[in-house]
Design a protein around this ligand. Sequence first.
Ligand code: NCD
Length: 309
Amino acid sequence: MRHLMSPLDFTVEELEHLMDLATDIEHHRDAYAHICDGKKIATLFYEPSTRTRLSFETAMLNLGGSVIGFSSAASSSAAKGESVSDTIRMVSCYADICAMRHPKEGAPLVASEKSRIPVINAGDGGHQHPTQTITDLHTIRSLKGRLTNLTIGLCGDLKFGRTVHSLIHALARYENISFILISPDELRIPDYIREEVLDARQIPYKEVSNLDDVMNEMDILYMTRVQRERFFNEEEYIRLKDCYILDAAKMSLAKDDMLVLHPLPRVNEISTEVDDDPRAVYFQQVQYGVYARMALILILLQLDPLAAS
Ligand code: NCD
């Protein structure tokens, strides 16, 4: 039985296969409409979410399966003091697969150790968010045609943004990738990612604080929200929250084929005037996320019709 805790749990080849499957699903929706008949996904969300939870639920419903779960710690037995390990043992009796989001780093990993069903990390604190990364990779591959030879700008809260951490881990495995890390000093990428991923793999990168200066260098601009819920101090959040606002003037400095991604939710960091720019693909990204999660569910349930037999 396999779980998904980090994007690195899948090899590059396995991820390629997952994305091929996601593309096949996109083009043959009817062929997949009943593949999970009778199966259930449990979405155990101890932290707020709109997209990710609904994306998992939509993915399972699209496959013919059904959904159980909770959308906040307050509405689950966690409020009574139940441990994640006990919850997953119980859920293993109800569902065939589960997606868990938790504010504590490592909670889904703890759950996976006691689980009888595959556990998917749907975001653990400021740590990792592997299914967002699979979504991001699939979006880039579908719209750019490649995951190699790219200059990728990551902008905003690089310290607390788990989507950024997972994406750097995953993209660092592809050929000829370089990163431009755009953040205020206070929100720079954590040292462990700089040392264990970028330096260890000798990936070219630079850290800058001015977005305008690098707009024309990027193939992908990945914008992120300042992660208010992970700040210790509200004043610090207020000081930093609008540090970058992508607007039409900035977009005019970018390459004609640069893509703007964002894991969403957006707060102020992308002006709504950018939404109509054909390079803004953050809502398409949401759709690609459903196909990618459908493919992931099939693989983890060993129902992948494209698997080599
Ligand atoms: C992200 C998350 O939860 O980390 N959202 C998402 O899953 N699409 C990004 C964020 O909350 O800023």
